[in-house]
Every structure is written in structure tokens, then in C-alpha cells.
Design a protein around this ligand. Structure first.
Ligand code: GLC
Length: 642
């Protein structure tokens, strides 16, 4: 093996990393599988993946091992997109890297791009081959070429590792379907309803309306198979060490293509046990901890991002402990949902409480912050606290869904329900940030959409001009809310991730209804094609795209520059006495920043008793005393102490 800059040969480095984790890894593996020869095979393959790993990636591993907080820096800003919607294919993404740089983005999450059957793909979350890129998007070589090009520009690449299930078209599934016992044992097969019925008693449903039940009958095979998500997504059985080993080889194979961040999809679901909810079982943590050790041995520069869309007390254990970490990063999902609750109620109390919970966690825990992603928004709020304020869960969820559809309250939002469950009365919500902030409504009601459709590629500019005075006011207000929400999100500790198109105010895309393979899944409403015509307007401040892009850019520049925005700075909230205004503080090494965010459409005055002294408005550069201060409707301030 080659020498590296530290003068130690690669073999030695590997053995050191391996030695550091061997005892614990063996212990956990044997506890779960009690299978020494499979463990030996795993160790052998790990070393082979290390040997095959490219020198550039190994150097990055060493660099990151010596700066363990490399991803907690203030400059981190992510963007997520579907490759085809964003740029056609992988080569197209490469050609758009300059645009991403303009967006200040240095982390891209490319939505699932591995082989998946057309029309039975769940947005790519049904993988039929973990070693093959979807033909329309490119090849494995294109992927390696793209990750290398990203790395040259300092852009990190995130991909999904869909490990809970495979597509029914996966080779294993096809063999299982034909009755090959070894392959059947990689899934959950039952020849009668007996066991499936027992599971159904305790396992909740993920897609109660679009894919009810947790099992699918396969008439040709004469068996039921467990399908927690869609019927074509077959749950893998991690009781079988062959499944664990093979999936780890896939994981390492993908890491070696130059992936920096691996998003472990639907991770709470990977272990199943009769008479339980089949969520968050302790074996899930054993598996994630093993994954963490395996990646620390083979590719320590790779981060694990856990997708745990659950309440805080279920999310936090996925960080593991400081001594025995599991995921590097998790979604700040409750904060995200609570943010929209705050938009609908103009009452920051619950959000303040939620931020206090997050701020009290160890600083090593890094959250991915976002306003929305490719999935629906589930109303997972702290209903215990809301009940104390007289808000009952079912009726409040109903209110939020009505509000964001634009039916209730002083709402300008547009969007659609997702998986409305007639039995529980539960429903989740879909919409882009711009639509939920009122940009879509402000345009539609003033004929702007028609103008945009009829117009040239600069139609958007015309469209905005053709609005009435009132229309312009509504649009202005919506843009203010949109930027304020980003300003508030950028103040949180962790890594902010934008959904592509949100930076230019892209609205809902209703065309999914015309595609029979998508029509039943309203999440496609907010997964539209990137509208590059909007992006042409980013320098034109007279357009919504320009206002948003420049507003966000100004905040992103501040965030990149000021040290208080590193993830492990002190962060806290301050009581403002005004329900619609949230006050957040950050402190690091003598620098202090205070943020004020007005969640209402009216100007609000606050008196900050706990914050006084001289401050500089970080956006305008003006100096001022804090104390009594008016925050304009849907406005915000970033103040830095002098
Ligand atoms: C995750 C994905 C979601 C997908 C599901 C099943 O929750 O975010 O889009 O439907 O996993 O793979």
C-alpha cells in the first residue's frame, strides 16, 4: 500500500482503525448473529474496500479524522434535489455546479438515483440494484466524475442508502419470489395470514391511504411478504447476517464512489419483532452503531445522516452516546413542524420551548435544519404542552391542515393534504416553502400565473409587474415571510439544507396529477422541475426570485463570515413578552449575536429586558441600543454586540 502524507503506510492506518473498534464490533455482531464465519467474511471484505478506496478519498479521510468537527462549521449550507428535475442527469448537475456555488451551497443531497423500476419507485426509494445508476441519470462513472468535480469545488455529496427494503425487482426479491429459500429468508415471507395478522395488531401504518397494511399477498408465490411502505418495497430481514453483510458491502461500495454523507433512509424501521410497533427497537441501534464503526474503519471521512422522522425523545438516541456515537447528523424534524405551527398561530411559545430542548443537548449533536424536504410535513408537535394552552391534538391538526390549504385563519398558503386517514382523522401536508408562505396565492389571485404562462422566459418579471397594488402588497408580504423563515432557520445550530427551487420562490407543481404513476402521491406537488427561468432573474431585485435569492444570499454570507454560527456555539432563546416574536441568541468566544423574528403580519414592539447595550444591525450596518424595538411585519433582525 502507498505511503501517505503522515508517513505511515496505509496498512498500518487501517490496522489502527480496525484495532480501535474490533472488540466492540465483534461483540455487537456476535450478540446479534452469533456467527463467527460471517463476521470473518465482513472483516475481510472491509479491508478489501479500504484497499480499493481511492487515494484522494483516503487523504480526505485523514484530514477529517484530524478535524472531527469539519462538518460543524458555519459555512456549511446544503441543497437537496432530484437529479432529473434539477439538471436532467449527472452530467447536467456537473454543468450546474457554478449555480450551486452562487447559491453558497457546499453540500448537495442528490435524491435517490440508483436503479429503480419506473412507476414503482417511490421517488427512487425502491432500489433494484445498489450498484447501478438509473440509466436516464447516468452511470457509476458519471457519479465518480461528479463527486470528484464537487470535491474540487469544496462541495460535499450526500446520497440515500435505502436499507430498510429493496424493490420487488431486486435480484434477491426475484429469486425469493421464485421460491428460493435462502433468498426468501432475506425478507419476511409467510404462507398464511396468521403471523401478518399478529403484526398488524401492533404495527402502525406509514401510508394508511396510499398503501394500507404492512403485508402484500403475492399470488404467484403463494406467500405474503412484509411491505411497511409501498407493496413493491419489500422489507429486508436484518435477522439474517447475509442481509447485514451484503448491505454493508453496498454501503462501502457507494462510499468508495466519493460520497461524503450517507443518508440512512427510514432507519427506525429496520428491525422487526412480533408484538411491537417495529420502530426504534434496540437492535436498530446495534446495527447503526456497527455501521458507524465500519465506516470509521474503512472510510472515516463519511458522515451518517439518520432519517428519523419522530418526536425528539425518539430521535436523540440515534446520536448514540459521546463515547459510542451512532449517526453524525439527524433531521431537526420537530423544530421544522413546530415552525409551521408558529406560522399558522403567530404564537412562538411552543417553538421557543422546542428550541430550548434542542439547545440543551450536547453540542456534538448536529442537526440538519430545514423548512421542508421532499416528504410531507407531519404534525408531530408537543401536544401535551398545546393542551395546557387549550389546543387539542385532533382539532389542532385539523386547523393546521385547513390553514395551510388556505381555508382557515388569515392564511395565504396553498398546498394539499397527504395520506388523510379517515379512521384516525390524521393528515399530513405538502407544499413548497414559497406556496406555504403565500407567494402562489398572491400571484394566482392577480392573474400573474396566466401572465407567466403566456410570457416569455422572463414572464415572471412581467407577471409580477401586472399585479395590482394589492397584489404587489400580498406578494411582498409573502416574500418577507419566506425570507424571515430562512433567517430564523439560519440562526439554529446545525446545517441548514434548502430544497432546490426554494431559493427562487418556486411554487407548487400540480402537473403530477396528470401522471398516473404519481397522481396518488401528493408529495410530488413540492418536487417539481427546477424552473431555470426563475433562476435567470436572481440579479433582478424587481422579481420575487431576485428578492428571495438576494435576501438569502445576504444571510448566507453573514453566516459564513461570523464565527458564532458554528454549530457548537452557545445558543439560547430570550423571552420577548410578545407572542409573535421569537428572540434567539448565539455566543462564541466573545462574539454575541441576537436574532429577532416576527411571525405576524403586523409590526410588533418588544422590550428586551435581558438584552441591552450597543449592537450593530448586521444587515444594515447601523448601530443601535437594544431594549425597546419594533420589528416590522414578517421582519427580522440580526444584531451583533459591539
Ligand atoms: C423515507 C423517504 C420517503 C420514502 C420512505 C420509504 O421516509 O424520505 O420519501 O417514501 O423513506 O423509503
Amino acid at each position: 500500500m502507498k505511503n501517505n502524507k503522515q508517513g505511515m503506510d496505509g496498512e498500518k492506518i487501517y490496522q489502527q482503525r480496525f484495532g480501535r473498534h474490533l472488540d466492540e464490533l465483534r461483540w455487537l455482531y456476535m450478540e446479534l448473529y452469533d456467527n463467527g464465519s460471517m463476521f470473518a467474511e465482513l472483516c475481510d471484505r472491509m479491508e478489501r474496500f479500504y484497499t480499493e478506496r481511492k487515494d484522494e478519498l483516503k487523504s480526505a479521510d485523514l484530514e477529517r479524522e484530524s478535524h472531527k468537527d469539519w462538518y460543524q462549521q458555519k459555512c456549511m449550507l446544503g441543497m437537496m434535489f432530484y437529479i432529473d428535475n434539477f439538471a436532467g442527469n449527472m452530467q447536467g448537475v456537473k454543468a450546474r455546479l457554478d449555480y450551486l456555488e452562487k447559491c453558497n451551497v457546499n453540500y448537495i443531497h442528490m435524491m435517490p438515483f440508483l436503479d429503480t423500476p419506473e412507476g414503482r419507485s417511490d421517488g427512487g426509494y425502491a432500489v433494484s440494484d445498489f450498484r447501478k445508476v438509473q440509466e436516464k441519470l447516468g452511470t457509476m462513472e458519471d457519479l465518480e466524475d461528479l463527486t470528484a468535480a464537487c470535491h474540487k469545488k469544496g462541495i460535499h455529496v450526500c446520497m440515500d442508502f435505502v436499507m430498510n427494503h429493496t424493490s420487488e425487482d431486486h435480484e434477491w426479491a426475484r429469486k425469493a419470489r421464485q421460491g428460493e429459500g435462502e433468498y426468501m429468508s432475506r425478507y419476511f415471507f409467510y404462507d398464511s395470514r396468521e403471523i401478518p395478522d399478529q403484526y398488524e395488531k401492533t404495527v402502525p401504518q406509514v401510508f394508511p391511504t396510499t398503501a394500507p397494511g404492512n403485508f402484500t399477498w403475492l399470488p404467484d408465490a403463494g406467500h405474503y411478504v412484509m411491505t411497511t411502505f409501498y407493496p413493491y418495497q419489500w422489507d429486508l430481514n436484518y435477522r439474517n447476517p447475509r442481509v447485514f453483510n451484503e448491505m454493508m458491502y453496498n454501503f462501502l461500495y457507494l462510499a468508495n464512489r466519493g460520497i461524503d454523507i450517507i443518508r440512512i433512509d427510514a432507519v427506525p424501521y429496520i428491525w422487526k419483532e412480533l408484538h411491537t410497533s417495529c420502530r426504534n427497537l434496540k437492535q436498530v441501534h446495534t446495527i447503526v452503531r456497527m455501521m458507524r464503526m465500519i465506516s470509521e474503519i474503512v472510510c472515516p471521512g463519511v458522515l451518517l445522516l439518520g432519517e428519523v422522522v419522530m418526536e425528539p425523545k425518539k430521535v436523540v438516541p440515534y446520536f448514540g452516546t459521546v463515547e459510542k456515537p451512532e449517526c453524525h447528523m439527524l433531521y431537526n424534524v420537530t423544530t421544522m413542524a413546530t415552525t409551521w405551527h408558529t406560522v399558522a398561530t403567530r404564537d412562538v411559545r411552543l417553538l421557543k420551548k422546542q428550541l430550548d430542548i434542542v439547545n440543551s443537548l450536547p453540542k456534538e449533536y448536529t442537526f440538519l435544519n430545514y423548512l421542508r424536504c421532499h416528504d410531507d410535513i407531519g404534525w408531530g408537535l408537543d401536544y401535551g404542552t398545546l393542551l395546557e394552552e387549550g389546543m387539542e391534538e385532533r382539532s389542532h391538526k385539523q386547523y393546521l391542515n385547513d390553514y395551510f390549504q388556505g381555508y382557515a385563519g388569515a392564511s395565504n398558503s396553498r398546498g394539499e393534504l397527504y395520506n388523510a386517514d379517515p379512521v384516525t382523522g390524521d393528515a399530513r401536508f405538502c407544499g413548497t416553502t414559497a406556496s406555504m408562505c403565500g407567494i402562489e396565492k398572491a400571484r394566482t389571485e392577480h392573474g400573474a400565473v396566466e401572465a407567466e404562462k403566456a410570457g416569455t422566459k422572463h414572464g415572471a418579471v412581467e407577471a409580477e409587474k401586472c399585479g395590482t397594488k394589492h397584489g404587489a402588497g400580498a406578494l411582498e408580504k409573502a416574500v418577507r415571510l419566506d425570507i424571515m423563515l430562512h433567517a430564523y432557520m439560519f440562526m439554529q445550530s446545525g446545517i441548514p439544507v434548502l430544497y432546490s427551487g426554494d431559493e427562487v420562490g418556486q411554487v407548487n407543481d400540480y402537473t403530477y396529477k396528470e401522471d398516473p404513476t404519481k397522481a396518488a402521491d401528493s408529495r410530488y406537488l413540492h418536487r417539481g422541475k427546477m424552473d431555470w427561468a426563475l433562476a435567470e432573474n436572481i440579479s433582478n431585485y424587481d422579481t420575487v426570485a431576485g428578492k428571495l435569492f438576494q435576501g438569502l444570499s445576504q444571510l448566507e454570507q453573514i453566516r459564513k463570515k461570523e464565527k458564532v454560527f458554528v454549530s457548537n456555539a452557545d445558543a439560547w432563546t430570550v423571552e420577548t413578552g410578545e407572542r409573535a416574536v421569537l428572540c434567539m441568541g448565539r455566543y462564541l468566544d466573545g462574539d454575541k449575536v441576537i436574532g429577532l423574528f416576527n411571525f405576524s403580519e403586523y409590526d410588533k414592539k418588544v422590550i428586551l429586558n435581558q438584552v441591552n447595550g450597543k449592537y450593530v444591525d448586521m444587515l444594515s450596518g447601523e448601530e443601535r441600543e437594544l431594549g425597546e424595538i419594533v420589528i416590522p411585519a414578517y421582519g427580522y433582525y440580526y444584531f451583533k454586540e459591539k
